[in-house]
Design a protein around this ligand. Sequence first.
Ligand code: FAD
Length: 410
Amino acid sequence: LNVDSTVVIVGAGQAGGEAAAELRRQGFAGRVIMLGEETQPPYKRPPLSKAYLSGAATQESLYVMQPAQLDKVKIEFRGNTKVVRIDRKDKLLELADGSTQKYDKLVIATGGRARPLPLPGADASNVFVLRTIEDVQKIKALCEPGKRVTIIGGGFIGLEGAAVLVKMGLKVTLLEGLPRVLARVTVPEVSAFFERVHREAGVDLRTGAQLAGFEGTPVNAVTLADGTRIETDFVVVGIGLIPNTELADAAGLKIDNGIVVDQYARTGDPDIYAAGDCTNHPSTFLGRNVRLESVQNAMEQGRAVARNILGKNEPYQTVPWFWSDQYDLKLQTVGISGAHDQIVLRGDPATARNFAVFYLKGGKLIAADTVSRPQEFMFAKKLVAEGAVIDPAKLADESVPMKSLATPAA
Ligand code: FAD
């Protein structure tokens, strides 16, 4: 690449924004064009279900880079611009308005969209998903104390939304179809903890709730398979994400639960890279391919893309970590549980408001979930990255400082 080269980034989210910024930080002097379907420049989504929903954060505070900053570093951001086709032969993009854009290198950072609820009535004007600034603005317009909201889905977004809305004085019912919340990401002890704190805060949290349908237009009640009828003023659906892979798929790039990239975040086309929620990448740490939905992954992979476009040839290798804020609680996780053969509790999730769960495999620490335990999280991050073998009895013993487990002697 040289000063006459053009890098085009499709998708102005956290991954796209980071790739653009890193290209400039690395001294790339050619054109950087970022095309985004949304009107806003890249912004942080985590506050959408937290401080932005509660009103504690302004829209501008969500921006990864302010418009003036984008101008200053000559990142050409075009909002309201949907890319509809990639012409790999001519290295050209077709945009929704019929115009075209040439590229020398292309970054696909199209993220994902909220999974719609496959139920008649789910397209009603008072049924919302929670993925964009606009989604939250619509929800916020209905948030008055005493209003009844039904949240569908006991994943992170549903639970974070419940925490904020119940604090705002709304009557919150949360429906989870599985026998426990967070079932896909954690162990029963952690699920039970979050169910308890939400119920203590006043959320009517129901697990094993099988949706039957909606009543009214707009919706005024949600019905369950067992005949239960829940009157509601509006509904928020948080049932997961669909990666935006259609553009890459139509261009003949390999798709398998995301756009398949190699360890350099490159697709099968040497001029096309991809980063963020839309990608499926090989993880040395996990020993398999993985598609992650986290800020850490979006940012680090976005950065890796930029560096590799500039010829650094640096493999993207990371230990995944994630956080979720609910009430006064900060959940921080590192690694991915599931492949563990032993769990160790430090603290008691059944009674306390802070604890840690460590996941071991063959004695090796592979993951941890910590709730309001920053020390444990900090050391777990290090120990998981090292693949440390740790004595479970010491991990469980609160009188043994985490610090001592991180020494070579451990
Ligand atoms: P996105 O943020 O989805 O950005 C992709 C962009 O591409 C979008 O703006 C989209 O409109 C655009 N686009 C798609 N197709 C096209 C096209 N054809 N043409 C042009 N533009 C296109 N992660 C955490 O680690 N911690 C948290 O606490 C946390 N909380 C979250 C709370 C909420 C409510 C949500 C929604 C997400 C949260 N996440 C959290 C996840 C995190 O925000 C995502 O992992 C991250 O935003 C992914 O960034 P991305 O750039 O890959 O994708």
